[in-house]
Design a protein around this ligand. Structure first.
Ligand code: AMP
Ligand code: MG
Length: 355
C-alpha cells in the first residue's frame, strides 16, 4: 500500500475527520498525521514520568534500563496504530518479558494506569499484548519506533526523544521526533516544553514547539569549513569509541567543542543546523552491524529532508531491511551534506593508518 498525499489547507474548517488535529500547512499523507499524533501522545506520556523518575527503572536481559515511559509509549502507539492502520506492522524496542515477572507487578500496574489514562481502559494482559506488537521483524511496509530513545538520558535528567518512522520497500517515508528538551533553535533547553519535528519523503522536514502552532521548515547548516565543524557524540562513554573519535576530529581539524548528547536529539540538531556532524562509532566489545534500526530511522529522514546526508562509515547507504539491526552497515555518519565526503575520507585514512 502506497502513501496517499492530501493537501490540508491551513484554513480548512475542523470536520469530524480532523477535529482536534493540528492542521499542517504543507502537503502531507495521512501517515504523517498519524505519526504526529502518536509522537505527541508519547511526549505527553513521558513528560510527567520524567518529572518523577523516582519510580526508577527495570533492567532488561542486556542490563540496559527500561522505564514506565518506554513501555507505556510503545503500548499506546501500538494500540493507536492497530486502530488507524490495522494491517501495519510495528518494529519497536521493548518487549513485555521483564514486565511480566512477578516482582514487577507494581510497574506493570503503573504502565496499565498510564495506558488507560492516555488511551482507553485496558488490563495488564492487554497492555503486555500491545507492547509485544512491537516484536515484529521488518516487512515490505512497517513502522519503526523507539518509544524513549536515550533512556539513560531520561533517567539522568538529560536528553531523550520519542521516535517513529514508516518504512516502505526499504525507503523511510515519514518520520516524527518528539524532543522535550530542545528549543526552536535546536539547542538544549529544559524549560520551554520542547519541539516536534516531522519529515515526509520529498516533502521536507518541519518543526514547531510542542506547545505552539506555527511550523517552520528545517535546513541543515551551510558550514563547509572543517575547522568550524561542530560534532556531536553519545553522552554515554560506553556507546562510542572515544580514542577513535578524538583521532578523527583531530584529522578533520575541527577546533570546536564537541556536543555530548543522548538520543536522536543529535539528528534533530543536525537537521536544524545547530550541529554539523556525527560519527557513530562502534564501542569496543560490540560487533559491527549491531545498531538498532529504531535508533536511526526517524532521525535519518529528518536529516536528509533538511538537506543533510547519512551513510555508514564506509559511505554505504543504511539498509533498513536486514532485520531489527543495521546488520550490513558499519557505524553511521550523519552530516550537513557538505562535510560528508571530507568526513568519510578522514575515517578511511585514520582507520587505514591504525591498521
Ligand atoms: P545514544 O544516546 O546516541 O548513545 O543512543 C542511545 C541508544 O544506543 C540506545 O537506544 C541503545 O539502543 C543504543 N546502545 C546501547 N548500548 C550501546 C553501545 N554499547 N554502543 C552503541 N549504542 C548502544
Ligand atoms: Mg534508543
Amino acid at each position: 500500500m502506497g502513501i496517499q498525499f492530501s493537501l490540508v489547507s491551513p484554513l480548512a474548517l475542523p470536520t469530524a475527520e480532523n477535529l482536534g488535529d493540528p492542521l499542517l500547512p504543507f502537503p502531507h499523507s495521512p501517515e504523517l498525521d498519524f505519526a504526529l499524533k502518536a509522537v505527541e501522545t508519547g511526549v505527553e506520556i513521558c513528560i510527567p514520568i520524567y518529572a518523577g523518575t523516582h519510580q526508577g527503572a527495570l533492567k532488561k536481559i542486556d542490563a540496559s534500563p527500561v522505564t514506565i515511559a518506554d513501555f507505556s509509549v510503545q503500548a499506546v502507539t501500538a494500540a493507536m496504530l492497530a486502530d488507524r492502520f490495522p494491517d501495519d506492522v510495528l518494529v519497536a524496542e521493548e518487549s513485555s518479558a521483564v514486565l511480566r515477572e512477578a516482582e514487577n507487578a507494581y510497574t506493570l500496574q503503573a504502565v496499565t494506569d498510564v495506558f488507560s489514562h492516555h488511551y482507553r481502559q485496558a488490563s495488564p494482559e492487554d497492555v503486555c499484548g500491545w507492547i509485544d506488537r512491537g516484536s515484529s521483524n521488518p516487512q515490505t511496509r512497517f513502522w519503526v519506533m523507539d518509544p524513549v530513545d536515550g533512556t539513560k538520558g531520561f533517567l539522568r535528567g538529560g536528553q531523550y526523544v520519542v521516535a517513529l518512522a514508516l518504512i516502505e520497500a526499504g525507503e523511510i517515508m515519514v518520520s516524527a521526533l518528539g524532543c522535550p528538551h530542545l528549543d526552536e533553535q535546536l539547542q538544549p533547553n529544559f524549560e520551554d516544553g520542547g519541539v516536534m519535528l516531522l519529515a515526509e519523503r520529498s516533502g521536507g522536514a518541519w518543526l514547531r514547539p510542542v506547545k505552539g502552532a506555527v511550523w517552520r521548515r528545517l535546513q541543515v547548516s551551510s558550514q563547509r569549513q572543517t575547522e568550524l565543524a561542530r560534532a556531536a557524540h553519545s553522552f554515554e562513554p560506553t556507546h562510542t569509541n572515544h580514542d577513535l573519535l578524538r583521532a578523527l576530529l583531530a584529522e578533520l581539524g575541527t577546533n570546536m567543542e564537541t556536543i555530548p548528547m543522548d538520543s536522536q536529539a543529535k539528528y534533530a540538531m543536525i537537521a536544524g543546523g545547530s550541529c554539523d556532524l556525527l560519527y557513530r562509532l562502534t564501542s569496543s566489545g560490540r560487533p559491527p552491524g549491531a545498531e538498532c534500526i529504531w535508533d536511526h530511522a526517524a532521525g535519518a529522514l529528518m536529516v536528509t529532508e533538511a538537506g543533510g546526508r547519512i551513510t555508514d562509515l564506509n559511505g554505504e547507504p543504511l539498509d533498513f531491511m536486514q532485520g531489527r539491526t543495521l546488520a550490513v552497515n558499519e557505524g553511521v555518519l550523519v552530516t550537513n551534506g557538505i562535510l560528508h565526503d571530507a568526513a568519510l575520507d578522514v575515517y578511511r585514512r585514520v582507520t587505514e593508518e591504525a591498521g
